[in-house]
Design a protein around this ligand. Structure first.
Ligand code: ZN
Length: 143
């Protein structure tokens, strides 16, 4: 039986290798933002298609370490079909999990729970939070 840590690691590696929603959304009215994590050199462009305060589609392109790419892949899967408010709750839980090591409410963060091991690695916090910070930038522009 694999340990929980091994299980989480394999989830991260799978998302980093087979990035979900790794594409551009080339459509009128789509929000996008370029984001760079200077502490690690990770870069991404996040695309979000929002209709009536609901995230219809989410995708990204970019390059960086496994943690940042896995986190981006996981986030785009998580927020698709959610309202901006629901995505905000996830974003808060993600922040508390990475920065404070708090376990999220069951099922709220899906595969993102696998990133809880990043908590003790301070230098990697921004890698795990990068896509969520990019999402913040987009939300600032929506309102
Ligand atoms: Zn990184």
């Amino acid at each position: 039986m694999p340990t929980l840590e091994e299980l989480y690691r394999s989830v991260i590696m799978d998302h980093a290798r087979y990035r979900r929603n790794f594409r551009k959304i080339d459509k009128h009215g789509v929000y996008y933002v370029h984001y760079k994590n200077p502490t690690c050199g990770d870069v991404m462009t996040l695309f979000i298609d929002i209709k009536n305060a609901k995230i219809e589609d989410a995708a990204f392109i970019g390059d960086g370490c496994s943690i940042s790419m896995a986190s981006s892949s996981i986030m785009t899967e998580l927020i698709k079909g959610k309202t901006l408010k629901e995505a905000g709750l996830m974003r808060e839980a993600m922040e508390n999990m990475i920065r404070k090591g708090e376990e999220p409410e069951e099922d709220l963060l899906g595969d993102a729970v696998s990133l809880i091991g990043v908590h003790p690695l301070r230098a990697r916090h921004n890698c795990a939070l990068m896509p969520w910070q990019a999402l913040d930038r987009i939300k600032e522009n929506v309102y």
